[in-house]
Design a protein around this ligand. Sequence first.
Ligand code: MRU
Length: 390
Amino acid sequence: MVGNKEKAPKTYVTDLLTGILNRNVLKNVTHVENVKLADDGRSIVILDQSALPNRTEYLTLQTLPEFYDAIFTLKVRGAPCIGIFAGYAMSVLARQIAGELELSGAVSSEKWRSFINRLSELGGELNSSRPTAVNLSYAIKRMLAKAESLVAENQSSAESLLNELQREATAIHEEDIEMCRKIAEAGLTLIKDGDGILTHCNAGPLATSRYGTALGPILLGKERGLKFHVFADETRPLLQGARLTSYELSKAGVDVTLICDNMASIVMKSGKVQACFVGCDRVAANGDAANKIGTSGVAILAKHYGIPFYVLGPSSTIDMATATGADIVIEERDPDEIKNKFYAEPMALPEVKCYNPAFDVTDHELITAIVTEKGVIRPPYKEAFTRLFK
Ligand code: MRU
């Protein structure tokens, strides 16, 4: 083969080597430690997403006000990441409550009742930090249910109950890693080498664990030597697309182009986009999907240009208790995020009114498929979800 300019045929070995090499390059992105429980189980270390891409700062948090603030100010953000964080937060809070109530060894049933009541009260406060993503309430409810069942079994010492709760929080995290991997695999079946993909907001490793949801197929494909071109909407007003998606993809060596939100139409019209991939914060029983503000506009454009629009997320994001998108509570945030936050000077007069919804709902008719760890789900969603959860 020396001097032969033709490409050597791809073999199993070259594929394997490419995979190993790419995985190592990607590891800095896919294995980012965005949320980590401290070794003693008494605090949580987070990568402050509000400081990215300019500063990589880690914060150690241990009190309810700190946990609340981290979620409210988007230091921890992205639906699955918020869920993982909330699981650990409940475990840390349980240890604090046990300390306050001086629980140790065998505990009386009255003391256990006080423990559960207090944990439920603090969980309720944490849950009020952001209303839209189902993952927050899912993790809090799951941790509370676990605590209640351990107490009901009536065989736990304080220490073993706290350790069991910590294990439950770790399980939420580990399940997310597994689910993201499966979502990435399923999503990868929908695109091919060389495709252009448009994404909105950030649903990568920072927002989840490992591969992410909407960015999962792109990162997994990259690991396997596939090349995609990604258009990342900047995602006004908090710029998760600019600050986080373009940061993650460019660090991973993926060909990414940042565009303003109002440029999606021209890019789609040019034929450079073969699919749209977005994450989700809550999917209603009829398939309506809440995601970052601006997502539904992207879906409408995609329909106009005949481009498939995919929503990717763990099946735990499907909320069968919410009938339609109209029942999803949409978080409204401070007008300051529109007028001041990222500008050297205010961009509007102080008296100008602002409307700042953080999410919108994409109607199920606009969604080509919903990709979960259980595979690619196509309409009609109501029937498909019913089968899924049977
Ligand atoms: O306000 P954010 O940054 O938490 O919003 C994030 C999104 O809308 C994401 O697309 C969604 O949470 C899915 S993350 C896998």
